[in-house]
Design a binder for this molecule. Sequence first.
Ligand SMILES: [Ca+2]
Ligand SMILES: [Ca+2]
Length: 182
Amino acid sequence: MTVQFRTDSSVSRTGFRALLRFTYGHAAGCGGNIDLRTASSSSLRSVDADNNGLYENDLNCHWLVMGREAKNVRLAFSSFDVESNVTDETNATMCTDYVEVRDGDGPYSPLVGRYCGTNAPDVITTSANFLWIKFFSDGAIGRAGFVATLTNVDPVCGSHVPINATNTTQVGIFKTIHLPLG
Ligand SMILES: [Ca+2]
Ligand SMILES: [Ca+2]
């Protein structure tokens, strides 16, 4: 990264201060593109660069998963331990570190969920062939992190809503399609 600061010959101001933090990039397994168009599945895990069994601090990893044309992407976590804090006042859980999943190809695609704690999210299936996932960690305390598997699955006919497949029965509203006769 290059930062250039240029000034002209008149009028000066107070200037700027910036904080520079070094973190891990694609080469260290933090973010990148995951191509499922030729592979049948792929695995994804949080970064543990020093191999101490805990993910690193200050991570901000973004992955874009590209599934096969006309398929949906399925994300299933096999282990999950991401730092969370319970606030004293309201007893609410705060995700100090988190995994964020979006149904689409970028950070502005519809949010499926933001997850932390020790309970793995249910299986997530996208509504098209893209999935975007982010892993954020703050400046202190790492946990074991996550391991997940990504696969292509056949779409549920006519569905454009992400469906969390679980072992329990789910209730949803589905409409039949009426085609004009003749
Ligand atoms: Ca580590
Ligand atoms: Ca943390």
